[in-house]
Design a protein around this ligand. Structure first.
Ligand code: HEM
Length: 100
């Protein structure tokens, strides 16, 4: 189960901390191929993985360049497993346009 695997104390340092730097290129060799499986693995691995990663980076870059997203005070996102992991009832944010 990826949710459990991705938070397992046997495999991750501070598994419940948000540490995106775990995934920096210089740390990649610390992450085993079957330790982190957002796109699955083996013969049925996701065929859209490379496209999905490129699309996400492009979409985020466009949005973050044009807008600022501030989470409203008091928001406490709670993860739920649907097709993907999502915040239950979303996350309320204030969106403001960045100056051009
Ligand atoms: C962030 C986005 C995505 C995530 C997290 C994701 C994740 C996954 C996962 C976990 C699987 C199952 C792998 C397994 O059984 O081991 C899968 C399969 C698949 N994905 Fe994705 N996927 C994403 C985007 C996409 C996109 C953009 C496409 C198509 C353009 C795509 C096409 C497929 C297909 C066709 C399969 C079935 C492969 C097979 O059974 O042979 N996915 N995906």
């Amino acid at each position: 189960m990826p949710w459990t695997l991705h938070r397992h104390v046997l495999y991750w340092d501070k598994p419940r901390h948000f540490m995106p730097e775990r995934f920096l290129p210089e740390h990649r060799d610390r992450i085993g191929r079957f330790q982190y499986l957002p796109f699955g693995a083996g013969p049925r691995v996701c065929i859209g993985a490379t496209f999905a990663l490129q699309e996400a980076v492009i979409a985020l870059a466009v949005l973050m360049k044009r807008f600022r997203f501030d989470v409203l005070a008091g928001e406490r996102p709670w993860p739920v497993q649907r097709l993907t992991t999502q915040p239950l009832n979303g996350i309320a944010m204030r969106v403001s346009a960045r100056p051009v």
